[in-house]
Structures are given as C-alpha cells and as structure tokens.
Design a protein around this ligand. Structure first.
Ligand SMILES: [Zn+2]
Length: 304
C-alpha cells in the first residue's frame, strides 16, 4: 500500500512527538508539506502561479483567483480546533491500536467530550475514505455478520441487530491480507451486489456459504465458490469468521455500550487498523495523510 512516496515514515514516542510538533506553526508547516509535496498548486485549476494573501494563511491563484487554505478539502476544513490539538488527536488515535475512545481523548487533550467525539469520528471518516480507495482482490472469503446489542427472542438471520457483509482477501498461502466490512439494511442480492462490485475487484474468486443471496456473484464478473451446506463452514471460511469475531471484540472492548447508529464508523476503524497491522510504526504519518486527503465532513452528516 504505497500511500505516500514523499514522507520517510518514523516511529515517535510521546516525547519525540512533543519535540517534533511543539506548536501551531510546526503543525501548519508539516501539513503544507504533506498536502503539497511538490509545492502549492491551485486545487481548482492546477496552476503553480499563486500568491499569499497578506496577513492570512491563504493562497490566491493568479490564474483563476481561487483562494485556498491548507485545511480546505481536508477533514480539518473550517475547524475551530487548533491544528496542534488535531495533531495530538491523530497521534494518540494512531498510537493506541485498541482504539482511543472519545472519553479518553477528552481527558488526554483536556477538551469537552463532544469535541473529542467529533474529532474521533472525523478521523474515522478519514480512515474509511482511505480504505475506499482500494479494492480487495484475488481469493476472497465473504460472509454476513451481526453487530450491536443482542436481540433477545429472535435468532439467526431474522435478528434486528445491525447486519453487515464482511470480506477478507487472502495470500497465496492462505493468510489474511485486507478486510472490508459494510453494514447493510437487509441481507439480499442487491446489497451483496453493491458491496461486491464496489469493494472487490472483478475477476476475484469469492468463497461464501451456500446462502441464496450470494448466487448473484457469478453473474457479476466474479468466480463464485459456495461451500456446500454439508461441509464445515467454520473451517472453510475460517479467516472471515476470525475477522468477524475480532471486529466484535474491538467494538465491545473499547467502545462499551455503543449505539447501533455509528457502528459502521467503528467497523471502518477496525478495518483500517487491521489493513495496516504490519505498519504500526508508520501509523501517525499514514493517518495524518488520510486526514489531509479525505473529503471534509460536517457535524450534521456525522451525527445524522
Ligand atoms: Zn486556479
């Protein structure tokens, strides 16, 4: 996953981080560097002919007159939170592989819970955006799963719990590579089709159980291999089941009493971390780059 060719990734302790980014100016300069590694060019027209607006941290394009700040077009767009605090949040979230709750973040940064919650969700949005740029390919295991609080009285696929489709790609020697999880309204052909065609590269071999909803896969450009009902599904779809149970543990371990409404974002975080599990020392730079390149998202969209 070559996410950025311009930065030498480094491992940082808390002390290293404090020394590297002591104030707002250092954070600002670093953000400029990772957003515009070849120098500033106008995002509207691509021109390199630009000037600085006096007294403000804005570039003005001499070609199309568009004004741009270093935070426009990023998750930091129109933020009232200083970049210095954002950098700390990204660092702490990146460092804690079990996930960093809003409560913990609010204590660590001495900010309100609401602000920490919003920052955390914006960072998760950036994680999801980054992963949406990639498709799984090769041999894939795919299955459906249920997340959230147990739904007493209903069993199996009639449950009212949050339903999701889960896919994991495998190496040639049958080890997991990358995972993707999407919550769905209902488990039907349409959802399988949408999930598979957006998240899995055409031509991949997709292994599923014998459920009818997966039969559409062979007509969508995939090689579909369904596990016969009599065979041991747990053994044949081993990795996707491990991913599902790890995702459940991640959610309940760090984010107790999580409402169903935001489950997708926590699953996005789980997948982002899982997909970079061998890149721990690079996590701060990767996550900061994700935040600096993801489309902006507003409070309303996050709380909807
Ligand atoms: Zn321009």
């Amino acid at each position: 996953m070559a996410e950025n060719q311009h930065i030498a990734y480094t491992t940082m302790s808390l002390l290293d981080f404090q020394e590297r980014f002591p104030d707002e100016q250092e954070c600002y300069d670093y953000l400029v560097q990772i957003r515009f590694p070849s120098g500033f060019s106008c995002p509207q027209c691509g021109s390199y002919k630009t000037g600085i607006v006096a007294g403000r941290r804005l570039w003005q394009c001499k070609n199309c007159r568009a004004q741009t700040s270093v935070t426009s077009g990023t998750i930091f767009h129109r933020t009232k939170t200083p970049l210095h605090l954002w950098f700390w949040a990204v660092f702490l979230v990146a460092k804690d592989k079990r996930g960093h709750s809003a409560l913990q973040l609010s204590k660590d940064l001495n900010i309100s819970y609401d602000r920490a919650w919003l920052m955390n969700h914006k960072i998760r949005h950036a994680m999801a955006f980054r992963d949406s740029l990639y498709q799984l390919n090769g041999a894939i295991e795919m299955d459906d799963a249920y997340f959230g609080a147990p739904d007493t009285g209903r069993i199996g696929r009639s449950t009212r719990r949050v339903k999701a489709l889960v896919a994991v790609s495998l190496t040639d020697d049958n080890k997991p590579l990358f995972a993707n999880i999407r919550t769905v309204k209902r488990l039907d052909n349409r959802c399988v089709k949408k999930f598979a065609t957006t998240r899995i590269m055409s031509g991949s071999t997709v292994h599923t159980d014998g459920l009818k909803i997966y039969r559409c896969l062979s007509g969508l450009g995939f090689f579909h291999k369904a596990v016969p009902v009599k065979q041991d599904k747990a053994k044949l779809l081993r990795w996707v089941h491990i991913i599902i149970s790890n995702a459940k543990a991640f959610i309940t371990g760090t984010f107790h009493g999580l409402g169903d409404k935001h489950i997708q974002r926590y699953l996005d975080e789980f997948c982002y971390r899982f997909n970079r599990r061998f890149m721990e020392h690079e996590m701060f730079d990767r996550l900061l780059l994700a935040c600096a390149t993801a489309e902006p998202i507003g409070h309303d969209e996050l709380t909807r």
